[in-house]
Design a binder for this molecule. Structure first.
Ligand SMILES: CSC[C@H]1O[C@@H](n2cnc3c(O)ncnc32)[C@H](O)[C@@H]1O
Ligand SMILES: [Zn+2]
Length: 434
């Protein structure tokens, strides 16, 4: 039995009972076994089979990225400065149509390297060839909620095949990789899946007892089109179809009115806020302070690397904290503590993992990261929550553990071959462009 002891570290727990302390933490059996302030007790030192010197390091829960398309790293920088529909229809979809399963594997592996190196320990992914994403997740050691994303702009026969594939994927992979992999059911969006098709996803999600995940109300054009096509806005549309009758996570939710915010709160729908993607695609600014005030669980996502253009959740935290101050004129709109919770605790809550990850507490999975605070931009030691949100970057992360297994040691991935993955991604992009 191995027992890891981290000693003489600074800990930010996201737990109100002991938010920040100088001390030690022990990991055994993939879980946080014990922790405390001050010097590690003699018996802890004696039991440890591995010790990490925590001096100059800040330990915190691993970050939870609640919306993305990992393999889109292969499309990074390929079509910038466009609005969503042009970007999707004329650039992303035509290139994605050429993706093989291997492309998805290596593109997702590139995303995994990037996420691990910047402190993300759990990610949500919606994509085609989801088995390959799952295989990569298993190999990487990351934790994930995965879905076979489905676009229903095709014949009924194709729709049926895609839905069956999504259900098969969910059955095959739920709970795999020592329960690090969970699954969701994912109709891509109300504008790409007709209502009778969405109904079938709802049925499947209930039967499988897994959450639904979809894009919703990302652009004004989408809302207007929904009104034209179905006589109501996307929130009412999805509600009528039963999407919100069980656990649901919606990405974006940028264009909402007061009634819609109240309904999302009432139905306990979780929202993945993707501020950088929304800014880059000029989609607008989500009403995050109002959502939070209404009691909606709002977490953070990067979306794919082609609309971001990286997978650094620290930058997402900074952006969320700054953006909503700027547009509201209220400096307390999204305080640093709330931005940090959105990237950790609320992320876990939004995918059914509250009480499992997202906080440093005894009994929780040992999904944690170490940030190098022995650097100029973490000085003076005024307030580490402030520093993590307003000053830190993903590149400050030096160690990462998931399920107690170290995935990043001194800035280097332990489970993935970074050089090979970068070379594969580069050559695959060249082929896709040819
Ligand atoms: C069916 S697999 C997922 C699908 O989603 C596309 N996508 C990536 N980013 C966005 C976004 O911001 N809004 C809507 N759809 C998006 C991606 O290209 C895949 O085709
Ligand atoms: Zn997306």
């Amino acid at each position: 039995m191995t027992r890891l002891l981290i000693k003489q570290g600074t800990f930010v727990t996201i737990d109100e009972n002991l938010p920040e302390f100088q001390g030690w933490l022990a990991v055994e059996n993939g879980k946080i076994a014990a922790m405390g302030e001050g010097e590690a007790p003699q018996e802890e030192t004696a039991r440890a089979t591995e010790t990490v010197d925590g001096k100059g390091l800040l330990f915190m829960p691993g970050l939870v990225n609640t919306h993305g398309h990992a393999a889109m790293t292969l499309l990074r920088g390929m079509a910038d400065d466009l609005v969503l529909q042009d970007w999707l229809q004329n650039h992303m979809w035509p290139t994605e149509a050429k993706f093989t399963g291997d492309d998805v594997y290596w593109g997702s592996a590139l995303a995994a390297v990037e996420m691990i190196k910047s402190g993300t320990t759990t990610f949500v992914d919606m994509y085609d060839h989801s088995r390959r994403v799952a295989e990569m997740t298993e190999a990487s050691g990351l934790r994930a909620s995965l879905a076979r994303g489905v676009i229903g702009l095709c014949s009924e026969e194709e729709q049926k095949a895609k839905l069956e594939d999504a259900i098969r994927f969910a059955r095959e992979w739920h709970g795999q990789a020592d329960d690090r992999i969970r699954v969701m059911i994912s109709p891509h969006a109300p504008y790409t899946c007709p209502p009778d098709f969405i109904l079938k996803f709802v049925e499947a999600a209930r039967e499988l007892n897994v959450p639904l995940h979809t894009h919703m109300s990302e652009t004004l054009a989408e809302v207007e089109q929904n009104v034209r096509d179905y006589g109501c806005r996307p929130v009412e549309h999805l509600d009528r179809l039963g999407v919100f009758g069980g656990p649901a996570l919606v990405a974006h939710a940028v264009h909402l009115n007061d009634e819609e915010i109240a309904l999302l709160a009432e139905r306990k729908v979780a929202v993945s806020h993707n501020p950088i993607s929304n800014l880059k695609l000029a989609s607008g600014v989500a009403r995050v302070p109002d959502l939070l005030k209404a009691g909606v669980t709002v977490s953070l996502g990067t979306d794919g690397a082609a609309s971001n253009n990286n997978l650094d959740l620290f930058q997402e935290m900074t952006t969320a904290a700054l953006l909503h101050k700027g547009v509201s004129g209220d400096p307390t709109a999204v305080p640093a503590t709330e931005a940090l919770r959105m990237a950790t605790l609320y992320g876990a809550r939004s995918i059914g993992l509250e009480g499992v990850v997202g906080q440093l507490k005894v009994g929780f999975k040992a999904d944690l990261i170490a940030v190098n605070i022995a650097q100029a931009h973490f000085v003076p030691r005024t307030d580490y929550v402030s520093h993590l949100v307003y000053s830190a970057r993903g590149s400050d992360v030096v160690h990462v553990w998931v399920d107690g297994k170290q995935l990043l040691r001194d800035g280097r991935p332990t489970t993935l071959d970074e050089e090979k993955i970068m070379a594969e991604a580069e050559s695959r992009y060249r082929r896709l462009r040819a």
